[in-house]
Design a binder for this molecule. Structure first.
Ligand SMILES: [Zn+2]
Length: 464
C-alpha cells in the first residue's frame, strides 16, 4: 500500500452511490486497493503514507469530455459574437498563426486549470494543424502536467466556402498519415495515461470521403472517434443540403458510428436522431456553458438520460466558455435544463455529478478504469475542502459541490496514484512560470494573427 486517504467524506460514485462519512481510500501503485467506511476492517501493512482528509470531501476526479486546449490563449477576444464571426474573426485567424510553442504553453496552463478545479481526465479535440508538430506539443503539455489525457487528432478537410481559412484545410492523405503516426506514437503512452482518438471537426468542414476513410483507419487501429454534431442549425442544414439527411443520420448511414463515437453537442436533434444514438450506443458530450455562450441552443439532455444514452459533461474550448472549470459546468448543466424545461427537477445535483464522473467515463468508454472510487480502478482522486464562505455551512456534500462551490476548493489531486497537486501546491510543473509564458504567448499570438486587442473593443453601454 502506498497512500491512504483517511477521515474525509468519500463520495464514491460506485454502483450503490455510497457516501462514506468518514471513509478511507487506499492506493497501491496506480490503482485503488481499498475503499470503505473508516476504519478499514484490515488496515494496510506496512503503514503507508497517509493524507488526513478530516472535514473534507474525497471524490473521483472529474472528467472533461471535450475541450480545445489551444484556445487557452483565447479567453476573451471572441466574446459576444455570432458563431460565424467568432470563428472567422478570431478563432480561425488565431488558429492559422498557432506555433508548437503556443500549443504547448496553452496545454500546460489549460491542464493546470483542470487540475486546480478537480479534473483528472481531459479530452482535447485538436482540429487545427496549420503546421506540423501541434499535436505533439499539446500531448507534451498533458504528459508534463500529469493529467490523464484523451487526445483527439482532429482535422478540417473542407469548408473554405463557409469561411474556413485555407491554411487550416489539410489534404486527406496527410491527415490519415498523421492520425496513424499520432496513434502509433501516443496511444497508451505514459503507462496508459494517454489515449488517442480521431476527430473530423464538423460536417461543414469535412468531406464525406474523409469521414469514411477516418472511420476505416480508426477501426483498423482500434481507436475511437469524436466529432462536433448538430451544434447549430447551420450544421444540420449543411448536411441536409449536401446529403439529404442531418449530420448524425449521415454518420449512421456511412458506417461512421460502427466505431465507438463521442458526438459533441447534439443540440439540434430530431426524434430519429435520438433513436440513432440509443440504437448505436453513441455517446454525447454536453457543453452547457459553451452552448449558452454561443447561443447554440439547448441539447435535449433529460430525454437522452431517460433513454439511457451515455452523456458526459464538458467545458468546450476556453474561447467559448471562457475557462476549464468543471465545477462551474456542474451548476450550469443543472440550471440550463431547469430553466429550459421550466422544471426544477429536470437535472438534479446528483445527475450533474454523475455526468462529470461515472457518466463521463462511460461516454469515453473508460468506465472500467476511472469515474468512481472502486477497488481495481485507476487512482484518480480529488480532495476538496468546502469549508469556505462560498460553500459552507454544509448540509449535503453533492449539493454544496454542484450549486455552491466555485472550484478553488480542490486542494489535492491524485492521478494514476500519483499526487500532482497537494495542499494547493502543483507538484508537476512551475505554475507561476507557466502562467507568465502563456500570457506572453497569448499576447504575441493576437498580434501575429492581427486580431484587434479586446482592450480596444467598443463599450456597448446600457441605454440610459
Ligand atoms: Zn468544441
Amino acid at each position: 500500500m502506498d497512500l491512504v486517504i483517511t477521515g474525509g467524506t468519500v463520495v464514491t460514485m460506485d454502483p450503490e452511490r455510497r457516501i462514506l462519512e468518514p471513509g478511507v481510500v487506499a492506493i497501491e501503485g496506480q490503482r485503488i486497493a481499498a475503499v470503505g467506511p473508516a476504519p478499514l476492517a484490515s488496515p494496510p501493512r506496512p503503514a503507508p503514507r497517509t493524507i488526513d482528509a478530516t472535514g473534507k470531501l474525497v471524490l473521483p476526479g472529474l472528467i472533461n469530455t471535450h475541450t480545445h486546449l489551444f484556445q487557452t490563449l483565447l479567453k476573451g477576444p471572441a466574446d459576444d459574437r455570432r458563431l460565424e464571426d467568432w470563428f472567422r474573426q478570431v478563432v480561425g485567424p488565431a488558429a492559422c498563426a498557432l506555433t508548437e510553442e503556443d500549443c504547448y504553453r496553452a496545454a500546460v496552463v489549460g491542464c493546470l486549470e483542470a487540475i486546480r478545479s478537480g479534473t483528472t481526465t481531459v479530452k482535447d479535440f485538436m482540429y487545427t494543424h496549420p503546421r506540423p508538430g501541434l499535436s505533439d506539443a499539446v500531448i507534451r503539455g498533458m504528459l508534463e502536467t500529469g493529467v490523464r489525457g484523451v487526445f483527439v487528432r482532429g482535422y478540417i478537410d473542407d469548408g473554405v466556402d463557409h469561411g474556413v481559412p485555407p491554411a487550416l484545410v489539410e489534404p486527406l492523405d496527410g491527415i490519415l498519415a498523421d492520425c496513424e503516426r499520432v496513434a502509433k506514437s501516443y496511444h497508451g503512452a505514459a503507462d496508459g495515461r494517454i489515449a488517442v482518438r480521431f476527430g473530423p471537426c464538423m460536417i461543414w468542414t469535412c468531406t464525406r470521403e474523409g469521414l469514411v476513410a477516418t472511420q476505416r483507419l480508426a477501426a483498423d487501429l482500434a481507436v475511437g472517434l469524436t466529432m462536433h454534431v448538430a451544434e447549430t442549425p447551420f450544421s444540420v442544414q449543411n448536411a441536409l443540403d449536401r446529403f439529404g439527411v442531418g449530420d448524425l443520420a449521415l454518420l449512421e448511414r456511412i458506417g461512421f458510428l460502427d466505431t465507438p463515437t463521442l458526438a459533441v453537442h447534439c443540440v439540434h436533434l430530431t426524434d430519429r436522431d435520438l433513436r440513432i444514438l440509443k440504437a448505436r450506443g453513441t455517446a454525447v458530450s454536453h457543453n452547457p456553458t459553451s452552448n449558452m455562450y454561443l447561443a447554440a441552443g439547448v441539447a435535449p439532455i433529460p430525454r437522452m438520460l431517460l433513454a439511457g444514452i451515455p452523456v458526459g459533461l464538458a467545458t468546450d474550448g476556453p474561447a467559448s466558455n471562457n475557462n476549464q472549470n468543471m465545477i462551474h459546468v456542474l451548476k450550469f448543466a443543472a440550471l440550463l435544463h431547469k430553466v429550459h424545461t421550466q422544471d426544477p427537477t429536470a437535472i438534479t445535483a446528483e445527475q450533474a455529478l454523475e455526468m462529470a464522473t461515472i457518466g463521463a467515463a462511460r461516454a469515453l468508454g473508460l468506465e472500467g478504469e476511472v469515474g468512481s472510487l472502486e477497488v481495481g480502478k485507476k487512482a484518480d482522486v480529488i480532495i476538496a475542502d468546502l469549508r469556505n464562505v462560498h460553500a459552507a455551512p454544509l448540509h449535503h456534500p453533492v449539493s454544496s459541490l454542484v450549486y455552491a462551490a466555485v472550484g478553488a476548493e480542490v486542494e489535492t489531486v491524485i492521478i494514476d496514484g500519483r499526487p500532482v497537486m497537494e495542499a494547493g501546491r502543483v507538484l508537476t510543473v512551475d505554475e507561476a512560470k507557466s502562467l507568465a509564458e502563456a500570457q506572453r504567448a497569448a499576447t504575441a499570438l493576437l498580434a501575429r494573427a492581427r486580431i484587434p486587442s479586446p482592450r480596444k473593443r467598443a463599450w456597448r453601454p446600457l441605454a440610459f
